[in-house]
Design a protein around this ligand. Sequence first.
Ligand code: DX5
Ligand code: ZN
Length: 218
Amino acid sequence: DRSLKIAPSILSADFANFGKECEAIEAQGADWVHVDVMDGHFVPNITFGPATCAAIRPHIKGVMDVHLMIAPVDPYIEAFANAGADVITAHVEAGPHIHRTLQAIRAAGAKAGVALNPGTPASAVEYLLDMVDLVCVMTVNPGFGGQKFIHSQVEKVRQLRQMIGDRPIHIEIDGGVDPTTAPSVVEAGADVLVAGSAVFRGGSVTDPTPYGDNMRAI
Ligand code: DX5
Ligand code: ZN
């Protein structure tokens, strides 16, 4: 299904109220919920791990889209699958054996995603396309919400769309997506848009901003 999907990143949500935040964004129209796992090693920030994913799972009716910014990845795949992740995305840059990692994700019963940092070419996934359900194009350097969209990545999205052809693979955009940047990547062939700061805008369930309006604006 290549219809456009909005995947709010709870990295910009109220960390003390993840359950309620997930319920609020879904009630207001989120298609997927994007969950950013960071280890302070692969990226210069730390968020949370499988226990938090398991805790928020009952508060998400739809797709829980788990983006692993961790290295190594393989020792933790089972734990994230058991936590209820529907999609598990690992970075090609996280280790020398992304092929094995993607096999392990599918073997654990999840959909497999592969993510590319801004400096990594589209060709890095050329020999992986038969084993992935999603390619995530990072349009910021991973680690933090609220960074500026890197426009050079739009061309990469176009190349990936071409490489993917008829395969049932989502192209997900992650970083700096807002109403001004979204049209370029959609035109280039993306179908899943992750958005953190543009959806939450510093609000929270206890001080609600109109999440639905923010999502529709994208
Ligand atoms: C960045 C994360 C993104 C981030 C996007 O490392 O992977 O998912 O939350 O945040 P915004 O939309 O604010 O750039
Ligand atoms: Zn992400």
